[in-house]
Design a protein around this ligand. Structure first.
Ligand SMILES: NC(=O)c1ccc[n+]([C@@H]2O[C@H](COP(=O)([O-])OP(=O)(O)OC[C@H]3O[C@@H](n4cnc5c(N)ncnc54)[C@H](OP(=O)(O)O)[C@@H]3O)[C@@H](O)[C@H]2O)c1
Length: 255
């Protein structure tokens, strides 16, 4: 049994990481900016903030492994980049050689999107940390792709998607499972990739979503102004050679 700190343990991915750690019998601590998350029984909560450094010393005390999944896409320089630097310093000052597992996104090394640039900067902090590090880059989670599609539905229920956009959505639970397996093993000291089982057009995903909701196939291909969707035109977000996820888009929708 290891003592594992999960940053971002209250988030979409982090909650699944906590569940997998609990299933493997680890001692779990979660860092959150607010107390009172609905963490499972037996999970220790530490209040802290990567953007200010508050609580980080207590968060890392006695920890063997950190799975670092906290992120704030609205202020990634403060939370992700500077926050990771603070986390690494706190781990160094803690004295014990902790393992650090970081979750990133497939394709960040090619993108000029500010959030992706920040994610790559965090990867560099992790790589040069001197700690026993591992990085897993995942493709977009099903739940995230769903929220993107929902944001593209207009007042009349029509979903407009750009032409030629491909995604390889993956189940966040499977990413969590991989992160916990990596945390339990020898440090990779390299970047591993994990993609969903299928590469799909956003149009296909949108039609499957609308059909699963029992709505008329109100999907339109058109112009959408969104920097992230523009970035996804590049296909850098795909890793078909690592299509190791199992849950398909349709299976996710059927749930
Ligand atoms: N979403 C995707 O499709 C996707 C794909 C590949 C990789 N990833 C990566 O996976 C990770 C988790 O993503 P997610 O979608 O699960 O995120 P999320 O649901 O938005 O959760 C973000 C987490 O970060 C924590 N957090 C935010 N600001 C913080 C701060 N200043 N100090 C401490 N904690 C802070 C939040 O905790 P509190 O609010 O409790 O403080 C929350 O637990 C991110 O690194 C993301 O880049 C995501």
């Amino acid at each position: 049994m290891a003592s594992v700190l999960v940053t971002g343990g209250t988030g979409r991915l982090g909650a699944r990481i906590v569940a997998h750690l609990a299933a493997r019998g680890h001692s779990i601590r979660v860092l959150s900016r607010t107390r009172g998350s609905d963490a499972p029984r037996g999970v220790e909560e530490v209040v802290g903030d990567l953007a200010s450094g508050e609580g980080l010393t207590s968060a890392v005390a006695g920890i063997d492994t950190v799975i670092h999944a906290a992120s704030d896409s609205s202020d990634p320089m403060a939370t992700d980049v500077a926050g990771t630097r603070r986390l690494i310093v706190a781990l160094g000052e803690g004295g014990d050689a902790a393992k650090l597992v970081y979750v990133s996104i497939v394709g960040v090394e090619h993108s000029r999107l500010p959030y992706y640039v920040a994610k790559r900067a965090v990867e560099r902090e992790v790589e040069s940390s001197g700690l026993a590090w591992s990085i897993v880059r995942a493709t977009q989670f099903h739940s995230f792709a769903l929220s993107v599609l929902q944001s593209l539905v207009d007042d009349r229920g029509t979903l407009t998607v750009p032409d030629g956009t491909l995604l390889q959505p993956v189940d966040a639970d499977e990413v969590a499972e991989r992160l916990v397996a990596v945390a339990d093993g020898q440090p990779l000291r390299r970047i591993a990739l994990l993609g969903g089982p299928e590469v799909l057009s956003l149009e296909h995903m949108a039609r499957a979503y609308q059909e699963t909701r029992g709505l008329p196939a109100s999907v339109r291909v058109g112009v959408v102004h969104d920097p992230m969707l523009d970035a996804w035109q590049s296909r850098d977000q795909l890793t078909p050679e690592h299509a190791e996820g199992r849950l398909t888009w349709q299976q996710f929708l059927d749930r």
